[in-house]
Design a protein around this ligand. Structure first.
Ligand SMILES: [Zn+2]
Length: 169
């Protein structure tokens, strides 16, 4: 948002406009992050330890401890992700009662952080690839992501191997 939001008094009527180009790129990158993370978790048991999504570039940190060839692991993940993305898989978004959602393997680690008063959980599923409790914006079909490209790989210590990636315009 542009302008000084703090200057606004409570109750003031504002008009919001979505910068669609910016948002759509973030939706594409964010959906891509699910695919990359799912692949690295499945093959290496690597958890995401941090991340950030911007309109140009996204980054994620993975705990790839014990993986000597971590750069190759990250390159592999992007190659595989591109293959999956091309399959045009529909991304499903739905709500589940907390108890039911917690039974889904892989969702639990995130759900632990949910305040107990949260009764319904928003689930984002890329069938056959990934399922997460998630409030973020995603594209409806993996085809919309387009082609992923690695921008840079960085080591931030053995527990933090960082990947910067983007999607072709
Ligand atoms: Zn998400």
């Amino acid at each position: 948002m542009k302008g000084d939001v703090s200057a606004l008094a409570p109750g003031v009527i504002v008009k919001g406009v979505i910068d669609w180009e910016r948002r759509y790129r973030m939706m594409r990158l964010h959906t891509a992050s699910h695919v990359i993370a799912a692949l690295l978790y499945e093959k290496y048991g690597a958890r995401v330890t941090g991340g950030h999504i911007g309109p140009e570039v996204a980054r994620d940190d993975f705990d790839l401890r014990g993986v000597k060839e971590w750069k190759n692991a990250l390159k592999w993940a992007v190659e595989e992700a591109n293959k999956i993305i091309k399959k045009c898989i529909e991304v499903k978004v739905y709500w589940l009662p907390r108890e039911e959602a917690l039974k889904i393997p892989g969702i639990v680690k995130l759900a632990d952080k949910l305040p107990p008063e949260v009764e319904k959980i928003r689930v984002v599923e890329i069938p056959g690839i990934d399922i997460q409790a998630d409030g973020g914006p995603h594209v409806k079909n993996t085809c919309e992501i387009g082609e992923l490209e690695i921008v840079r790989l960085e080591s931030k210590g053995s527990r933090r191997r960082r990947i910067y990636y983007t999607v072709k315009p």
